[in-house]
Design a protein around this ligand. Structure first.
Ligand SMILES: O=c1ccn([C@@H]2O[C@H](COP(=O)(O)OP(=O)(O)O[C@H]3OC[C@@H](O)[C@H](O)[C@H]3O)[C@@H](O)[C@H]2O)c(=O)[nH]1
Length: 371
């Protein structure tokens, strides 16, 4: 005989015991685990659903191009603080592509297989402009994306930076070097938040088994850099084309290693496809002083461009050069584009966008006199 409630309705099901709840949770997790890495029936097994944060930015948009060309489904998330819609314009109406104007400081959810987490202003001028926001992007943005990776079982790649080494006391920099960062300096909003981002990635890996990849990106240049983003290569090229003086901060003896964007994107994708967590340095080991770089730009644009010396910026690293032994050994990656050649491509792109020898527009004619 079945019992009924006082009003005749069917009785509520018996409350699940804590043991049942635990078992149901475990079963749900098992089901989730069995879905991970599998594809919807209508999607070719080789194609993936991929989230790219910062996908409308300089490096992000080149990565989106490669992922789309391979036939993947790409979700591009970008706040457009430094990214540009024009960088992803060619994919806007493609059925495999979706764009969301969204700041990763706020949570974002999507069922994806892979997350390339690139979102963050990268030019020192941009990241210092709103230091608190840079910190939130590096910390909260990465936390949100790691949470998503954990929930949906996605592989998570963090775009970290050579700036985690600060003003390095070891040269060239190997991944085991812990760095020399001023924790209270004007650059630390970027350096320290990327260091915390690495910490969080490894803690999510250790504690929750999230499949992570961490790359430390050294100075990168190429087409689509914002012409006035304040970074040295874009500044020099833009200045030379406009017939302005090339601004050298300090005495110009500080060094950097410049990697062409196509090489870098190739390294990032190899990292995702491989199975090493890293961190691995990705950069071109060729090392140049800023005066040498200025000369290379002058040689290709205008040998008569003058140089203007300006004060050095605080905490500016004196030298930087990646040791890429690990990336080469584990990913079979070495950059192939020499600086001179990469500059030629970048100069052509800047020329197409800003013209050549563009001078300040002439002042407007005086208003007609009332007389
Ligand atoms: O007009 C300029 C701009 C910059 N510089 C100098 O050129 C050097 C490189 O400066 P950039 O601003 O291009 O880049 P930084 O190396 O300081 O930082 C970069 O490091 C690696 C990446 O993660 C980031 O994109 C960025 O933070 C610095 O010594 C800077 O003082 C100039 O001499 N003139």
């Amino acid at each position: 005989m079945t019992s009924s409630s006082p009003n005749g309705a069917a009785p509520p099901p018996p409350a699940a015991s804590p043991v049942d709840v635990q078992r149901q949770g475990a079963e749900a997790l098992d089901r989730l685990a069995s879905w991970r890495g599998t594809n919807a029936p209508n999607r070719p097994a080789t194609h993936k659903r991929i989230l790219v944060t910062g996908g409308a930015g300089f490096i992000g948009s080149h990565l989106v191009d490669r992922l789309m060309e391979e036939g993947n489904e790409v979700i591009c998330v970008d706040s457009l603080f430094t990214g540009k819609k024009s960088n992803i314009e060619r994919w806007r109406s493609h059925p495999n592509f979706e764009f969301f104007r969204h700041d990763v400081i706020e949570p974002f959810t999507a069922e994806v297989d892979q997350i390339y987490h690139l979102a963050c202003p990268a030019s020192p001028v941009h990241y210092k402009y709103n230091a608190i926001r840079t910190l939130k992007t590096g910390v909260l943005g990465t936390l949100n994306m790691l949470g998503l990776a954990k929930r949906v079982g996605a592989t998570f790649l963090l775009a970290s930076t050579s700036e985690v080494y600060g003003d390095p006391l070891m040269h060239p920099q190997v991944e085991e070097y812990w760095g020399n960062v001023n924790p209270i300096g004007v650059r630390s909003c970027y350096d320290e938040s990327k260091r915390v981002a690495e910490t969080m990635a490894f803690d999510y890996h250790r504690q929750h088994g999230v499949d992570i990849r961490v790359v430390r990106i050294f100075n990168t240049y190429g087409p689509r850099m914002v012409e006035n983003d304040g970074r040295v290569v874009s500044n020099f090229v833009g200045q030379a084309l406009r017939g302005q003086s090339l601004t050298v901060y300090g005495d110009g003896s500080q060094t950097r290693s410049f990697c062409y964007v196509a090489d870098l994107v190739d390294g990032i994708m190899r990292m995702m496809q491989g199975n090493a967590t890293g961190p691995f340095n990705l950069g071109n080991p060729g090392e140049f002083s800023m005066l040498e770089l200025a000369q290379l730009v002058k040689d290709q644009v205008d040998p008569a461009s003058p140089i203007k010396y300006l004060p050095a910026t605080p905490d500016d690293p004196a030298k930087r050069k990646p040791d890429i032994t690990k990336a080469t050994a584990h990913l079979g990656w070495t950059p192939s584009v020499p600086l001179k050649e990469g500059l030629t491509a970048m100069i052509a792109d800047f020329r197409a966008r800003i013209g050549d020898g563009v001078k300040a527009p002439p002042p407007p004619p005086p208003p007609p006199s009332a007389a």
